[in-house]
Design a protein around this ligand. Sequence first.
Ligand code: ADP
Length: 320
Amino acid sequence: MKRIAVLTSGGDAPGMNAAVRAVVRKGLYEGMEVYGINYGYAGLVAGDIRKMHRRDVGDLISRGGTFLYSARYPEFATEEGQLKGIEQLKKFGIEGLVVIGGDGSYRGALALTKHGYPTIGLPGTIDNDIAGTDFCIGFDTAINTVLDSLDKIRDTATSHVRTFIVEVMGRNAGDIALWAGVAGGAEQIIIPEKEFDMSEVAEEIRKGRERGKKHTIIVLAEGVMKGNEFADKLYEYGDFHQRVTVLGHVQRGGSPTARDRVLASKFGATAVDMLKDEKGGLCLGLVNNQIVANDIIETLGKKKHMPDVSLYQLNKEISY
Ligand code: ADP
């Protein structure tokens, strides 16, 4: 292929810029022309497409968010929207597309694949909830952002002997809660993948207090329930001086960590290699520390993302 394009879609994630930069620079290095599409699938259908030069991606590796912008565009779930998108790509003579985003964005990439248009998906979401990869672009930065907050909350929790319920992102997946919880030494981690019993949560807090613990930090994945709801339910079992902190969108921002930048760079460059070899219908992943190319139809059809739930048991054994 000689002319390719890249877009970012869905929820933004730190490291998306590093991935776009890698696609642009590696594409140019290979003698291709690279186009950037603004506002995800909305910009694709609208033809908001421009040719990218080396300098267009300068000073971006360290920036969070996505300079190509992102948008929610439900119309892309319709065949009409998808065919319009392909029409635009053909109008510009673009032969292959790289899509960086989460599960919804992958559905769009899958639709393009089914229409026979060569598309490569790169996993970009702080939730880390994409099948076929151990890690997504943005996850490492997000857990470090959460960790920074947990460390600060710990200081104040100890001073006042309080119980902090820290609500973190993760609609369907407990990855952020698990990783940040273990790293931050949280006493309890509540995730969608594991059932929990509020009476046991209360009992654990009591036991901790008896052992002389000055604070309790509970990391709660938002997919289980909202932090305030959790605190109210916990009150039914006792007053533990509960306080709720909802970290919210700070988790999505910030300069990407080294790990996210390197991952994004590897994914971006590998996507270009695939398109150069006329390969499409793939989504890239990092499995056992190796970059892998999965069939997108198979991956979205059969595989389900599972976090490393061994961290849940580990935390029970070391953070009580
Ligand atoms: P994320 O990619 O972070 O999961 P969304 O779920 O909002 O975010 O999806 C991003 C975009 O992908 C949507 O706004 C839409 O344009 C496109 N998309 C989502 N689902 C589908 C689908 N089933 N078919 C085609 N395109 C889709």
